[in-house]
Design a protein around this ligand. Structure first.
Ligand code: HT7
Ligand code: ZN
Length: 874
């Protein structure tokens, strides 16, 4: 497969002004007629008209009214090239596709009998021949024709300008999008659907029609998505002064979808998982996901759609920025400082759990990659979540006000354009009055920087010197790194736990944002009256690993007192991690396992501290995951990690039995269910208490879980109880699983949970997963279902997946190969779970390598999977 390089970017030879599309929709044989007006681009050296096209049949081609013969163009399985074209042309193209056979869910496809499209990144070329690149922006008019009884609803981007009957049982709808857009934002839906709709008043006095479209039977699950959409519109008006620019904004839910959702102009298409919710079927986490994803897609309307990417290397321009915006939206929706901190802790956890490992593996790439084989492989946590951290750092460095000015300037300069990450940085630098040239390295250098901190207190001089030194590990293709521009937010705690007043670099505050730009620098705090405990990297001010040789005493001090909730939580995680690593070594060596009372007492104090939000206490008591422990080890031993973590849970559960039970009782949320952060936080703490208690296997804890399962009035409590039963190995777990299935067999998203809970259970081995795959409800073609069982097992059940006999790896190879034949995008995500195989013991490594080679040996492998396995094996 061919590698594409950022440095090779060239402007398109022809621009497209208008696109008129006509669809005669038929699952077996859809005819697409396209009429393009194009003009030569004076900025380009390319002389030919280059149109992308894959998996479609060319039926007719006319240029300026004249039918072109095969001598007039070149056609292969990827491109249609017209060499001799005048400067202005009208192209008429007719193509044929078979949507029902499209299992890739890319381009035009059928899901549950309905038509949907997915065009990002390069799906439009599966619909018609077109310069399918984001820097070609055009105005679209779309005519849809389909059988009326089967597809009563016909939707596309923009405004509905005409609809009617065609006389033969078919009907039509004509849509016009008033805004120029790249082809990846095109969408259509032809379906039997119903909608919840509402007219919503915008800040400038205009009204917009908001619709949430779902299959019949799901209309009772659309309220939260609609509410989230209205909140998003209001928030973008207030926080960024950005208004909805359309008269109509639609969200459509589909059960077969490769990702979370898609921001097509005015016609967002969503995975059902991020639309459908009511208390019976959705958990607090589902509700939070809906709010975040609805916000994310809506916010793309400005950051992505109005201003888009020049090329796909710039993906983080829209994704990093839009993730930052959705994170801020979710935090603002909670409204309290402590609630905001909990969302920040969640973000830090995701980054450490998923992005740091990516940065340390064979697929490591900069936020703005330099090359790729398959762009779909670069919708990554680095581009999204690390990209959001990069945007957050602008705000930290410039301050909120100047950051907002930078955003305003970005919109003022680039509305209607396809631009680069450098353009965004320039807007921030110009509006902020700062030189941000070194900051560019966050876009161009891969890898997670390590910041080493060392402190020195001089009692006589009353100074505290903090020396910060940065380094960044080598990543594929990047041996040596230059220093980053790193904002390091620091506070100093006195012996009483209170923040000391800081004097450093002319600042006068309790938290100072130090800017580390050199490889090493010493910052001098003056007027420090006592030896402080440093709280470094407050609010996780940069996506780095912080090294500081904290003593247990210092960590306990921070865990009890730090005014920065993120660092308070962080101190607890450090205390837990140090012990988990020791326990893991002890398991491997066959030593006796012990947990010190100091740690347990610190947890006891936090757990019972009613001055803290329940949500924060939940975070503080959540142990680092098995994969995070693995990340800290030279040679990973998954079974030892699992046993060590189980031991810690059980020991804490036993030691804090009384307090856990008290919190369990105190944090009940009687009355009508509400997904608000306060109630969700209480349920979170209560259910964490239940999980700890159930891990002790006491009969009374099992009875508690069983009672909660039987009496739960919402899905959050029901799944928490079921998970507690399953994970504790309770005899009643099987009956509970059966009852759960029987109650929800009509709810696809709940059955996904049913599969996922079993796939992640410590007792579920490969044989049990294979048995579940034979269940009538399992369907590998449905990405949500495949993720719930196969992915959850391969990624979320490390001690079983890494079984010493290699059976997990053989299973992985089989599933990657099977999925690849159906849906390369989904297959390649699964392929990624073997990325870091070199970190395991030699016996496991050998079997993992064999599995990777088996996949690599498949002749007809997609570029998606080929890129991932070749990089893993390189
Ligand atoms: N911008 C959207 C990306 C997306 C996507 C990419 C590749 C293949 C399928 C896809 N579905 C959606 C989602 C987003 O970030 O908002
Ligand atoms: Zn996005």
């Amino acid at each position: 497969p061919q590698t594409i390089y950022r440095k090779d970017y060239t402007p398109p030879g022809f621009m497209v002004e208008t696109v008129e599309l006509g669809f005669d929709l038929d699952p077996q044989r859809t005819i697409v007629a396209s009429r393009l007006t194009m003009t030569r681009n004076p900025e380009s050296k390319v002389r030919e008209i280059e149109l992308h096209g894959e998996n479609i049949i060319l039926v007719a081609l006319r240029m300026n009214g004249k039918t072109l013969s095969k001598r007039d163009y070149r056609l292969d399985d990827k491109m249609l090239v017209i060499p001799n074209a005048p400067d202005a042309v009208t192209l008429e193209i007719e193509t044929l596709t078979t949507p029902v056979k499209n299992t890739t869910l890319n381009g035009l496809y059928v899901s549950n009998g309905n038509f949907f499209t997915q065009c990002e990144a390069e799906g439009f070329r599966n619909i018609t021949y077109f310069p399918d690149r984001p820097d070609v922006m055009a105005k679209y008019t779309v005519m849809l024709r389909a059988d009326k009884a089967t597809y009563p609803v016909l939707l596309s981007n923009g405004n509905l300008i005409e609809e009617g009957e065609l006389g033969d049982g078919r009907h039509f709808a004509k849509w016009e999008d008033p805004f120029k857009k790249p082809s990846y934002l095109f969408a259509l839906v032809a379906a039997r659907l119903v909608c919840q709709e509402e007219t919503f008043k915008l800040a400038d006095g205009r009204s917009a029609l908001l619709q949430v479209w779902v299959e019949e039977g799901n209309l009772d699950k659309t309220d939260y998505a609609m509410q989230s959409l209205k909140n998003s519109i209001r928030w973008d008006e207030e926080r960024f002064g950005l208004e909805l620019d359309l008269d109509r904004f639609m969200i459509v839910a589909v059960g077969d979808f490769n990702m979370g959702a898609m921001e097509n102009k005015g016609l967002n298409i969503f995975n059902t998982k991020f639309v459908l919710a009511n208390p019976r079927v959705a958990t607090d986490i589902d509700y939070a996901g809906i709010e975040a994803v609805v916000g994310h897609e809506y916010f793309h309307n400005w950051t992505g759609n109005r201003i888009t990417c020049r090329d796909w290397f710039q993906l983080s321009l829209k994704e990093g920025l839009t993730v930052f915006r959705d994170q801020e939206f979710s935090a603002d929706m909670i409204g309290t400082e402590s609630g905001r901190a909990v969302t920040r802790i969640d973000q830090v956890r995701t980054l450490r759990q998923a992005q740091f490992p990516e940065d340390a593996g064979p697929m490591a790439h900069p936020v703005r990659p330099d090359s790729f084989v398959e762009i779909n492989n670069f919708y990554t946590v680095t581009v999204y979540e690390k990209g959001a951290e990069v945007v957050r750092m602008y705000q930290t460095l410039l301050g909120r006000e100047r950051f907002r000015k930078g955003m305003d300037l970005y919109f003022e300069r680039h509305d209607g354009q396809a631009v680069t990450c450098d353009d965004f940085r320039a807007a921030m630098a110009d509006a902020g009055g700062r030189d941000l040239s070194q900051f560019e390295r966050w876009y161009s250098q891969a890898g997670t920087p390590v910041v080493r901190a060392e402190g020195r207190y001089d009692g006589d001089a009353q100074t505290y010197e903090l020396t910060l030194t940065q380094r960044c590990p080598a990543t594929p293709g990047q041996e040596n790194k230059l220093p980053f521009h790193i904002p390091v937010a620091v506070g100093l705690l006195g012996a009483d736990g209170r923040d000391l007043h800081l004097n450093v670099d002319g600042l006068d505050a309790v938290t100072a944002v130090l800017e580390l730009t050199d490889a090493t620098r010493t910052f001098r705090f003056t007027g420090v009256k006592e030896a402080p405990t440093p709280s470094i990297l407050r609010d996780f001010s940069a996506p780095v690993v912080l090294e500081y040789d904290y003593t247990d005493t210092e960590l306990l001090h921070l865990f009890s007192h730090d005014s920065d909730p993120v660092n308070r939580w962080e101190a607890g995680q450090r205390l837990a991690m140090a012990r988990l690593l020791k326990l893991t070594s002890a398991v491997a060596a066959g030593d006796t396992l012990e947990l010190d009372s100091t740690f347990i007492e610190a947890l006891r104090k936090i757990l019972a501290d009613e001055s803290l939000d329940a949500a924060f206490r939940e975070q503080a008591l959540l142990l680092p995951s098995e994969s995070m422990i693995a990340d800290q080890m030279e040679v990973v031993n998954p079974q030892a990690i699992h046993q060590a973590r189980q031991f810690m849970r059980r020991t804490v559960g036993e030691a804090l039995r009384v307090e856990l039970r008290a919190q369990y009782d105190a944090n009940q949320t009687p009355g009508a269910y509400s997904p608000d952060a306060l109630s969700a936080g209480r349920r979170g703490l209560k259910n964490l208490a239940l999980a700890y208690l159930a891990s002790t296997s006491g009969e009374d804890s099992i009875a508690l879980a069983q009672a909660q399962f039987d009496n739960a009035s919402n899905m959050t409590d029901r799944v928490a109880a079921l998970a507690a039963l399953i994970h504790s190995g309770a005899g009643s777990a099987q009956a509970a699983l059966q009852a759960f299935y029987a109650d929800f067999d009509n709810e696809a998203l709940v059955i996904d949970k049913w599969f996922a809970m079993q796939a992640s259970a410590p007792a579920t081995d490969v044989a049990a997963v294979r048995a579940l795959m034979r269940h009538a409800a399992f369907n590998i073609k449905n990405p949500n279902r495949a993720r719930s069982l196969v992915f959850t097992f391969c990624v979320g059940n490390p001690s079983q997946f890494h079984a010493p006999d290699g059976s997990g790896y053989a299973f992985w190879a089989e599933q990657v190969i099977a999925l690849d034949a159906l849906n390369p995008q989904v297959a390649s995500r699964l392929a990624r779970s073997m990325d870091r195989w070199r970190r395991y013991a030699p016996a496991l490594q050998a079997q993992m390598k064999k599995a990777l080679q088996k996949v690599a040996g498949v002749k007809k492998l997609s570029n998606d999977v080929r890129e991932v396995v070749s990089k893993a094996l390189a």
